[in-house]
Ligand binder design. Sequence first.
Ligand SMILES: Nc1ncnc2c1ncn2[C@@H]1O[C@H](COP(=O)(O)OP(=O)(O)O)[C@@H](O)[C@H]1O
Ligand SMILES: [Mg+2]
Length: 487
Amino acid sequence: MPRLDVRIKTSLRAKAIYATRQGQREESVTIRELSLNGALLDPMRGRPAETLTLITELSPSREIELRGDIVRLNGSQSAAVQFYYPDRDTSWSLWHYICAKLKNDPHCPYCGEARAGDTSHCWHCGQYLEFSDAAYLDAHLRETLAARVQNRLPKLQPEHCRKIIKYIDGELLRVRDKSPDQEFVGTCPAMLKVFSMIHKVAATDLSVLILGESGTGKELTARAIHERSARKDKPFVPFNCAAIPEGLLEAELFGYQRGSFTGATETKKGKFELADGGTIFLDEIGDLSLHLQAKLLRFLEDRIVERIGAKKGRKVDVRILAATNCNIHERMETGSFRDDLFFRLNTFCIKLPPLRERGEDKVVLARFIFHKISEAGDFHLQGFSEEALTAIRRHDWPGNVRELINKIRRAMVMATEEFIQPADLELEPLASEVAPTNLRRQVSMSKKEIVLAALQENNYVIARTARALGISRPSLYSMMKKFKIEH
Ligand SMILES: Nc1ncnc2c1ncn2[C@@H]1O[C@H](COP(=O)(O)OP(=O)(O)O)[C@@H](O)[C@H]1O
Ligand SMILES: [Mg+2]
């Protein structure tokens, strides 16, 4: 394999300064070999892995400073130093110096074979030899680094590669890895229907009412709609109507003029104005007071925001997405939510199913969350044990996806084995054999048979059997008495 950095022989005087525990030490050295990446110094009394600064004059008044680590001591006389990446000016100065020496060299600096005439590439190793080309330095650096990465590739695990690509995309190329479909996980028919509704409604400017229990992804749905809409480059302003005391809500939503009430020391824009051109997401809309419902309704009709204390309103262009986890129909029946506001908001309605009704999505989501958390931290876990997956399938998930995230986060901290166990998730372990995976078989069994089978599977340990059947110990005892089961 040809050498990757172009190295020349030289005899440049330099000052080597290196930091030791005792303070700085300086010595005079000669650079015997030099490349963009390192040098061979003579003499050198440093130690491997020590950091040093080299100051040298490439030509009169062209002084450069290079920093690097000692990587190898060649006997006691000379030392190899690897440079950190120098800034562009330093690289250029160094490269000019190297180029000037290369011009007269009849050998290819990469492979050492004789150069044939003035061809642009080495006939032997194929490397580009137009050193005076202005684009050469960049091309050279890129190829050198690419070759270094290539050399390391066989040693990398797929997991490492994934992290590297994520880093490159996120930090270096700033590629947005946040398409709503990638972050929004769902494979069951009900969720596929939700995705299709998001796609359809995003293209319109309709108000959308998003219903679903807490933690089912209402805010995620609102963001997905916004990000797929023509307003995606404008603000998305989430606002939780239940999180702010009633007295401050109006000022927060509609803004206020300076001096309009005690404490209004300056004029402030409300959320509607901040969302101008974009989307506002009104979460927990069911908790809005009747007074504010009336104000919101007026706004929906004329799209004019009146700051508290202002003489005149201002027209704003905002798309409204609203969500609630309460039973809004019940609220309308009791008169605490206005029908006319509901009909205004409900031009399009998306209902998110609770997690317990999403079938195998529970496991798909659990794996997705596990990978997301793994990527963000230094975990050495392989995944979920079969028992943990069974427990995840069986749990009711009253807190939906939010609860799943919290339980997995906790489990990843608590786990002591390679695979997460039900107890790490604070879920009950289940005797999987008794699990009613085969519904028909279970239905055909009488209650007595089910209880008997469960007792046998659990060696007649009452506590375990009761847990496996999902009933209390007293209930199990009374069933055993009823079915005349001895133990
Ligand atoms: N289908 C899903 N795929 C991935 N993450 C989800 C999904 N549903 C919810 N989440 C995540 O669960 C958490 C709760 O979701 P959120 O939208 O705030 O729920 P809600 O507004 O209904 O209470 C958030 O961290 C969200 O990113
Ligand atoms: Mg929410």
